[in-house]
Design a binder for this molecule. Structure first.
Ligand code: SF4
Length: 487
């Protein structure tokens, strides 16, 4: 499909809206074309005469459809871009029957959008009106965004400008899931396995360097999050080496939330759980994704659903009192019924947190390479709706939300928790309200200043992280001037 632009360069927004309807479509682009190309196309026109004439044309399977509208003569791009977005959405809805529930709000953080308006003194009523009339959000997504914005208020109110979180990346997994798009390395590969000890030594050095930066700037640690990958891919001894270094360099008092993703049950045993618990981490993730063995097989997992339950019970035995379980709606071969029974099973186990993701088919995943494309987004939407109904009825509160590109039906990921078990780090990171000092391959540090976020990126792959380590430290040094500006 070709995206053509005349009198404007609204490529990013328009492409995002077209993707809501054709998620895996590849695009070519034509700017100010003299003649329109052959084949399927979307043509976005802005013509300034006495008034501003806006037109959207879609040619699909040989048929051409057009929508247009006129705005008074205006110079700013914003209102034109918004109106063109609405014309495009209306036309594509008419042609496909698909009505993306988040309307033309294509960003990954819709709740942040709501929070900013609440902070600016807008009433819920005004926000509702803007979201539904201008951005076309459905009533249910509007309710969800506002409910989550309210749930986060206490955590956000408690956040101070010099608070920070520490994130550590362990980019290793026991094998690669079919939907994975992370840089995570399957540790079964000999080369990857050999690098792990060196990777950990470097990571410990980066931790010491990071702790010094935090001390020099008088920052207060609020949470530690070890993610990946699957951190428990490390051996018990390696996990101890890492958690000992954290204990040595950082002040882990009672007010610090401490989370380690255990993720895959095939990486967990009692010894590792004990190391994590002894290190002071109270929060852990053990992620079923589904309780169907056949779906697990279809996504490349090499364990049975019951293994998750066994590891979960072991984690309870070791004393974890804040356990998260992740699920994914829309997995290949999963059905509405089997998804619902996965959620029901989770509720019967009563983990304190349940996170419901929507499958996102990223270009770097095996699923994309295999050409997996769900024919219909509606069953996935029903799954997400079922999860909301069932979890809220069971006392779980939705408290953070984010979206990814290329999710089925442009749906969202939602973190639910029982009262008193909200993960503060999840709110900090999703709403981008707190400085994050991050260490390890692929980690991104962020200094959050009023109205501005400064990011520093580490190299993605462990071999680059090791070979370019001096550069990583130099990049971290570049945080200083921004940290100095923190109020
Ligand atoms: S567990 Fe997560 S990071 Fe690891 S391969 Fe699977 S999706 Fe990727």
């Amino acid at each position: 499909m070709t995206l053509c632009f005349t009198g404007n360069t609204f490529k990013y927004e328009m492409e995002n809206i077209v993707r809501l309807f054709f998620p895996l479509q590849k695009f070519q682009y034509a700017y100010e074309p003299d003649t329109l190309p052959e084949g399927d196309l979307v043509w976005i026109q802005r013509q300034a005469e006495a008034d501003t004439q806006l037109t959207v044309t879609v040619r699909r399977n040989g048929e051409t459809h057009t929508r247009s509208s006129t705005l008074p003569d205006i110079q700013e791009d914003g209102p034109c871009e918004m109106e063109l977005g609405r014309l495009l959405y209306d036309l594509l809805f008419e042609l496909t029957g698909i009505r993306p529930q988040w309307g033309i709000l294509t960003g990954v953080r819709p709740v942040k959008w709501v929070q900013q308006r609440l902070a600016a003194g807008r009433t819920e009523e005004e926000i509702r009106r803007e979201l539904s009339e201008t951005l076309y959000l459905s009533e249910s997504k509007l309710d969800l965004a506002l409910q989550i914005a309210r749930a986060q208020q206490e955590i956000l109110a408690d956040d101070q400008p010099r608070d920070y979180s520490l994130y550590l990346s362990i980019p290793y997994c026991p094998s690669r899931c079919s939907y994975c798009s992370f840089v995570s390395h399957a540790i079964t590969q000999k080369k990857a396995l050999e690098l792990v000890p060196k990777y950990l030594r470097m990571l410990v050095k980066e931790l010491s360097f990071t702790a010094e930066i935090a001390r020099n700037h008088g920052l207060r640690l609020r949470s530690v999050y070890i993610g990946g990958g699957t951190p428990t891919t490390l051996t018990a001894k390696q996990l101890k080496q890492l958690t000992d270094a954290i204990k040595l360099y950082f002040p882990l008092d009672d007010g610090v939330e401490y989370t380690i993703e255990a993720g895959r049950p095939d990486t967990i045993d009692l010894e590792k759980l004990q190391v994590i618990r002894d290190a002071g981490a109270r929060r852990i993730s053990i992620n079923p994704q589904t309780f169907s063995d056949s779906v697990l097989q279809a996504i490349g997992r090499k364990h049975a659903a019951e293994d998750v339950v066994d590891r979960y019970l072991e984690a309870r035995q070791v004393g974890f009192d804040s356990i998260n379980m992740d699920f994914i709606a829309g997995l290949p071969t999963d059905t509405y019924e089997s998804f619902c029974s996965s959620i029901d099973r989770a509720v019967s186990l009563q983990p304190e947190n349940i996170t419901v993701h929507t499958l996102s088919i990223k270009r770097s995943s095996n699923l994309f390479a295999e050409g997996h494309e769900p024919e219909d987004y509606r069953p996935t939407q029903q799954m997400v709706d079922y999860a909301y109904r069932t979890l809220t009825a069971a006392g779980y509160i939705p408290y953070y939300l984010y979206r990814q590109k290329n999710t089925i039906g442009n749906l969202e990921n939602v973190g639910y928790a029982l009262p008193g078990h909200f993960g503060r780090y999840n709110v900090y990171i999703m709403e981008e309200v707190q400085t994050i000092l991050a260490a390890g391959a692929g980690a991104v540090s962020k200094v959050v200043l009023p109205g501005e976020i400064h990011r520093v990126y580490n190299y993605k792959y462990p071999y680059e992280y090791i070979s370019q380590f001096d550069d990583i430290l130099a990049r971290k040094e570049s945080l200083h001037p921004f940290l100095e500006r923190l109020p």
